[in-house]
Design a protein around this ligand. Structure first.
Ligand SMILES: [Zn+2]
Length: 708
């Protein structure tokens, strides 16, 4: 049996010996009640002057909440059924749900809590627990707290099928017509994303949440399909698949060109020889498999989009979270049917509930591991992100890169999910300045990295290597950049340079758009084998984007190869666990310890710099283990640079920074904010030729510089 991801992450709360009711993510364990771990949190001392005001405030809140049992998303029946809980679990729940406990949370300034609501046992079965939860929700609302309700995504066969025998018909079926269980919890089965009756049933729960609980945020879990051959192959899905390809290739000519058959109705799904066979797939050239990946992603997104619309139809103020996770270095469209652009406009918050991708430097390889790609993706899709905050580097990355979507039901980031009970100096600093400097901002980006569907969907790992490593160079060399999907290709005109790295599959229209961008004055940076194939992964007679040259007012620059810097030997990622039970062996994919800067990183960086004729919007002489995000805040006409040092054991010495002005008025001040000091520090600066130069003082984990 594999260890479940959530045990590793501490989602369940009762494992690991911390508070019972951990939040969805594992933030509480360090932060709640107990002393701070020095491994995770920067020193609180403020020289000889004693503790900073952030440290004093954090200490006070920890004392105030000592012994609080944090609310949990899990109903007690689930923990009892699953096992792995403590013997005094019933007393814990009594304490957790008691008015005195909730009052203590409010007294310490806690503004948010997640409650169990619908786990999947059945609406009738869960009603008594819901009634208990409703009393807590009412009290939380009276105390000015926001209420997040948990919505599970599996069906508990032992109870739901008793209550509602027809629910058995809603199950997913694998290739061999077996139900698809939730990993080792075989009493939980996944429902088919294409079954309207299952959705209708969940909408009954949604209605209860909105009308009876006055919910502020719904958190939908288990938004994923299992990897092949355990993805749903039920008759509903097969029919819907045929309908999709018929829509796409309606004529005989279209079907013949795509599949070599005159009618898409003739197509049969791929049949795997063994359960393990899909693990050995490295690329998808079979056109039916290619369309099947798309179909799986669209089915899952269609299901989630429908639930989103159902919530908003009842109350548009309610925020909606889907646990779809971020952007990693392997093909999650293929493994888990999650393609984030299909959620654009239909999601308010996404959760990065993964193991091994949290912010750190890998002890074995030195790779800088982060969720920065995920944050970049989320910002361009205008979605907030749920992550844990107990680790200062992780918190700082969220502060610098996170987008806070203006939805009434969402708690501000430092008060909401993952943060609500994290009392560290860093988080007290975030709470103080959130409204002033972390909202109403957009990032400044000189460079876009483009990811096309076909490149990333039809390669299981190979295309991810140059893409991931190019992004790694941009991250560590502090280049202001954006991550764009092909759905966003019409935005490339605003960037000085566009990078296509590992984009093996480009359509003719994408090539036209990229070359038009260059002709209009942009620099197109083509890396590796980009453009080798068309959008069906058919080999082109010659690489589509050609060689290095001037192109109209702009140019095409070629980087022949991204030279891997790691030893290529498979390295075990610490606790790496991107999905529960989704991929049992992961031999073919690149993992975070392999995100070592490429051997030609310096050369790549210089190429990117020379591709932006006006220079980068920011350059900083900080080490490669310090990352940066550059933002502008139109409301206050300020430019804000965030610096995060991943080498937590070492301080970063003072370093020089040049920032391009983003607003016309003369610069009046440059101010450095840090959780290491009570008050911001005014910096000396010089302004010339539209560029502001200053020096950032020696720093620990995080500094924010505001150019006003
Ligand atoms: Zn199905």
């Amino acid at each position: 049996m594999t260890i479940s991801r959530r045990r590793l992450m501490g989602w369940m709360g009762v494992t690991g010996g911390a508070a019972l009711g951990a939040p969805w993510l594992g933030a509480a364990q360090v932060a709640a009640g107990g002393p701070l771990s020095e491994d995770n949190v920067a020193p609180a001392a403020n020289g000889a002057a004693g503790l900073t005001r952030w440290a004093r405030s954090a200490q006070k809140k920890r004392e105030q909440t000592k012994g609080v049992v944090w609310t949990t998303h899990e109903p007690i029946d689930f923990l009892l059924r699953r096992g792995e809980h403590e013997a005094d679990i019933e007393e814990h729940y009594v304490t957790m749900l008691s008015p005195a406990n909730i009052q203590r949370m409010a007294d310490a300034g806690v503004k948010w809590g997640r409650l169990f609501f619908y786990k999947g046992f059945g609406l009738e079965y869960e009603r008594p627990a819901m009634e208990q939860g409703k009393k807590v929700a009412d009290q939380m609302h009276k105390l000015g707290m926001k209420v997040s309700l948990y919505m599970g995504g599996t069906m508990f066969t032992e109870t739901l099928y008793r209550e509602l025998p027809e629910a058995k018909d809603w199950e997913q079926r694998d290739q061999w017509n077996r139900p698809v269980p939730y990993g080792a919890q075989t009493y939980r089965h996944y429902a088919c994303p294409n079954e309207p009756k299952y959705r209708a049933y969940l909408k009954r729960a949604i209605k209860i949440g909105v009308e009876e609980f006055h919910v502020d945020e719904f958190a939908f879990d288990n938004i994923m399909l299992q990897a092949e051959p355990k993805s749903c192959h039920c008759p509903r899905c097969v029919t819907a698949f045929h309908a999709m390809v018929k829509r796409m290739y309606p004529t005989k000519e279209a079907a013949l060109r795509r599949f070599g058959l005159p009618d898409t109705d003739w197509l049969s799904l791929h049949e795997w020889g063994t359960e393990a066979e899909p693990e050995s797939v490295t690329s998808l050239s079979d056109p039916v498999l290619q369309e099947w990946v798309r179909f799986r992603c669209e089915s899952l997104a269609g299901y989630a989009n429908d639930l989103y619309d159902a919530v908003k139809a009842l109350d548009p103020k309610v925020a909606v979270l889907f646990n779809i996770k971020g952007v990693y270095s392997f093909n999650r469209y293929w493994t888990n049917a999650v393609y984030q652009p299909l959620y654009a406009g239909k999601i308010d918050l996404m959760a990065f509930d993964t193991g091994g991708y949290d912010e750190h430097i890998d002890a074995q390889t030195g790779a800088l591991v982060s969720q920065i790609r995920s944050y970049k993706m989320a910002r361009r899709l205008e979605t907030g992100c749920e992550d844990a905050f107990a680790n200062d580097v992780r918190a700082a990355v969220h502060m610098a890169f996170g987008y806070q979507k203006p939805v009434a039901g969402l708690a501000p980031a430092p008060l909401g999910s993952g943060a609500f009970n994290t009392f560290t100096p860093m988080m007290e600093f975030f709470r103080e300045y959130n409204d002033r400097y972390y909202t109403g901002v957009d990032n400044v980006a000189d460079v876009a990295v483009l990811r096309t569907w076909a490149s990333m969907a039809y390669s299981v790992s190979a295309a991810y290597v140059p893409t991931t490593l190019m992004e790694q160079v941009l991250i560590q060399y502090k280049v202001p950049w954006d991550l764009l999907f092909e759905e966003q290709i019409d935005r490339i005109g605003k960037y000085s340079a566009v990078i296509v790295a590992g984009q093996e599959c480009l359509s003719n229209s994408q090539i036209t758009a990229l070359l038009a961008y260059a002709r209009a004055g942009g620099t197109l940076i083509v890396v590796g084998n980009s453009g080798t194939f068309n959008e069906w992964r058919e080999t082109r007679s010659k690489p589509a984007l050609g060689t290095a040259r001037s192109e109209g007012k702009g140019r095409v620059v070629v980087i022949p190869e991204v030279l891997r810097g790691d030893k290529l030997a498979k390295v075990a990622g610490a606790n790496e666990d991107p999905e529960p039970g989704a991929t049992t062996t992961r031999d073919v994919h690149m993992n975070p310890p392999q995100w070592v800067l490429p051997k030609n990183a310096e050369e790549i960086y210089k190429t990117v710099v020379s591709a932006t004729p006006a220079g980068l919007s920011l350059t900083a002489e900080a080490p490669l283990t310090t990352v940066m995000e550059l933002q502008k805040r139109a409301g206050s006409q300020e430019v804000i640079a965030h610096f995060i040092n991943f080498e937590t054991k070492k301080r970063v010495g003072a370093f020089a920074v040049s920032v391009r002005k983003q607003f016309p008025a003369p610069v009046k001040s440059v101010t450095c904010f840090s959780p290491e000091g009570d008050e911001p520090v005014k910096l000396e600066f010089a302004e010339a030729g539209g560029v502001v130069k200053f020096s950032v003082p020696e720093m620990g984990v995080y500094s924010m510089v505001v150019v006003g």
